[in-house]
Design a protein around this ligand. Structure first.
Ligand SMILES: [Zn+2]
Ligand SMILES: [Zn+2]
Length: 143
């Protein structure tokens, strides 16, 4: 059985294979995401951690969010492509940056979050579920 999703960074040093469908897809406009996404939002798909297999060296940036949770952003050490985010509050998920995935993955954000931090010029699709701050965690069974 072939994995539903695969991907690589710009230089190819980091690659990913994902063996499940996402539990959520989101666009995040928080300030930290704007920094790593060149001023726009990050576009993400959350997968169960055990379904995500990564190869290649990544750097990580760790910070404490307003929620008190410790967030980590991983990126390729060679080319800087954003790879994923993870939260101390939800270690069971990895938030994969959609840009990492190979062309034709077919995923798109269903929800825009932290929209109160979006810049004035941001155009946010009104069809998306809109959360000014952090939404509740995905509604999936968790162990
Ligand atoms: Zn790279
Ligand atoms: Zn964010």
């Amino acid at each position: 059985m072939t994995a539903p999703y695969s991907g690589r960074c710009n230089c190819g040093a980091v690659s990913v294979t994902i063996t499940a469908e996402p539990v959520a897809t989101r666009q995040c406009w928080c300030r930290q995401c704007q920094k790593s996404a060149a001023g726009g939002p990050t576009n993400n798909a959350m997968f169960p951690t055990e379904e995500v297999e990564l190869e290649g060296l990544r750097g990580d940036y760790v910070y404490v969010a307003a929620s008190g949770n410790v967030l980590t952003q991983e990126f390729c050490l060679e080319c800087g492509t954003p790879v994923l985010g993870r939260s101390s509050a939800r270690p069971q998920f990895r938030t994969i940056r959609l840009g990492l995935l190979d062309e034709g993955h077919g995923l798109s954000p269903a929800m825009a979050i932290w929209t109160e931090e979006a810049p004035p010029w941001a155009v946010i699709d009104p069809a998306l579920e809109n959360w000014p701050q952090q939404p509740p965690p995905p509604n999936v069974s968790q162990q």
